[in-house]
Design a protein around this ligand. Structure first.
Ligand code: PHE
Length: 456
């Protein structure tokens, strides 16, 4: 027990456990249904280079800021700010994180539920016998019962894992499922890139087209990098608080960022070459999200020899990717309720899951009976998605780096990163410089621009 950070607080038991959990959070729908098309439509290799640049330059430093806050305070996202900056309003950043978690999970669980429906449709053979994928999806998503039931199933699974705690719930679940996810994606990639005609898709994906890059593309690359790494709302503060004191944080953050990016590239190799091979439409005209996953790809599987097997694998892996993300978001709220309101883990999980589900059901129904209920011209789902992913996460990330760079300060940051002076690296100071000066400017620009430019 010598390595346990404090008394009887639950923690990750191994380095691999930390990486599986944090990469599990990072790898999600963002990698599979957004990254491949966004990359292909915005300059291919050029976008990829920008994206990787942002992951290294901004993503890893912000992730490290979150890990540092959590591990230093040994508390949930809200309590961490209260402890590290007592008698100041910084705890509001924690509150923002908890609210963002609420908002993200409500619409994310809608989509995660859809993946379950499609998994069942694929297994039963119904999906590949469907003639019109567009009306199949429209019919399902606008109905009232099935999408809600699937969403609740997702929330129950998520709740059960979180109820299990860190070691016996989250770590155990992600340690098994993340390797499974990688293997399954690799299987579909092999199928996709060996299809006749796949080469054109691969070229389209990787050959840099710098003429497609403009200010908006740059902002999109940074926004996608932030969403994909799950930074900006306290997920990684919460997970950071369960990381043991001897863990090499810089190494861990780099490994998580590498895994997330690697899987995003694999996901692109899974999706894009297959779309080209079966010429199911022009990639430039497709929109990322439901259209790609629930309409275009089912047509690809239909045309593919042995497609039913790949359809089942694909929707299963999508569901796994979503679940390892939903648990990380629920844990933010559960850790908060447990530590701040002194509830048991069971009660905290129940209260968090039920209240998020209520909002979630409204998000799900906004594709059907509530489709005309608009706030600021958006459906409930649209508003939750836009407000959390575009606004709250970016402002959250901005405030987090300002907190570490200007309030927590260099001495505390270096002390935590170096495990109280036990580790040495000249990179630590470089990272702090980025957190203090570069990241706030870069994130500040996208935070403001996201309010005004459509489609970022
Ligand atoms: N990173 C996840 C994805 O790519 C989404 C997410 C954002 C999860 C923020 C947790 C917190 O899908």
């Amino acid at each position: 027990m010598a390595n346990l950070p404090s008394g009887n607080r639950d923690s990750f038991s191994s380095k691999f456990g930390v990486i599986a959990a944090a990469a599990g959070s990072a790898v999600g729908l963002g990698n599979i249904w957004r990254f491949p098309l966004v990359t292909t439509q915005n300059g291919g290799g050029a976008f990829l280079m920008l994206y990787i640049g942002f992951i290294i330059l901004i993503g890893i430093p912000v992730m490290l800021s979150e890990f540092t806050i959590g591990r230093r305070a040994q508390l949930n996202a809200f309590g961490s700010f209260k402890k590290l900056a007592p008698k100041s309003p910084w705890y509001l950043v924690g509150s923002l994180g908890i609210i963002t978690a609420f908002a993200i999970l409500s619409f994310y669980s809608t989509v995660a539920g859809w993946t379950l429906e499609y998994l069942v449709q694929a297994v039963s053979g119904k999906l590949l016998h469907t003639d019109d994928m567009v009306s199949n999806f429209a019919g399902f998503s606008s109905s009232s019962a099935r999408p809600v039931i699937w969403q609740l199933v997702i929330m129950v699974i998520t709740g059960l894992v979180v109820y299990g705690g860190i070691k016996k719930g989250i770590e155990k679940f992600t340690k098994i499922l993340m390797p499974v996810l990688v293997i399954l994606i690799a299987l579909v990639v092999v199928r996709s890139v060996t299809l006749p005609g796949a080469g054109e898709g691969i070229r389209y994906l990787f050959i840099p087209d710098w003429s497609a890059v403009n200010f908006k593309t740059v902002l999109m690359a940074l926004g996608q990098a932030a969403f994909s790494l799950s930074i900006g709302m306290g997920t990684l503060i919460t997970y950071g608080s369960y990381i043991q004191k001897d863990n090499h944080l810089l190494k861990t953050a780099s490994q998580v960022a590498f895994t997330d990016t690697f899987i995003a590239i694999l996901a692109s190799l899974m999706v894009i070459p297959a779309i080209f091979a079966f010429s199911v439409g022009s990639v430039d005209q497709m929109s990322p999200g439901p259209g790609l996953v629930f309409e275009v790809l089912p047509n690809v599987f239909k045309a593919m020899p042995g497609g039913v097997v790949f359809a089942v694998i694909f929707f299963f892996l999508l569901c796994v990717a979503a679940l390892t993300s939903t648990i990380s978001v629920l844990e933010v709220v559960v850790a908060y309720l447990k530590e701040e309101l002194k509830l048991s883990r069971g009660k905290a999980t129940l209260i968090a899951s039920v209240s998020i589900s209520v909002l979630g059901v409204l998000a799900t129904l906004s594709f059907g009976v509530l489709s005309n209920f608009l706030i600021f011209g958006k459906t409930i789902f649209g508003l939750l998605d836009f407000a959390s992913a575009n606004i709250m996460l970016t402002f959250g990330a901005l405030l987090i780096v300002i907190f570490v760079g200007w309030k927590l300060g260099k001495i505390n940051f270096l002390d935590e990163l170096s495990n109280q002076g036990q580790l040495k690296s000249s990179l630590y100071k470089v990272v702090f410089f980025i957190i203090r000066y570069i990241a706030p400017v870069a994130i500040g620009i996208i935070a403001v621009a996201a309010l005004f430019i459509k489609g970022i």
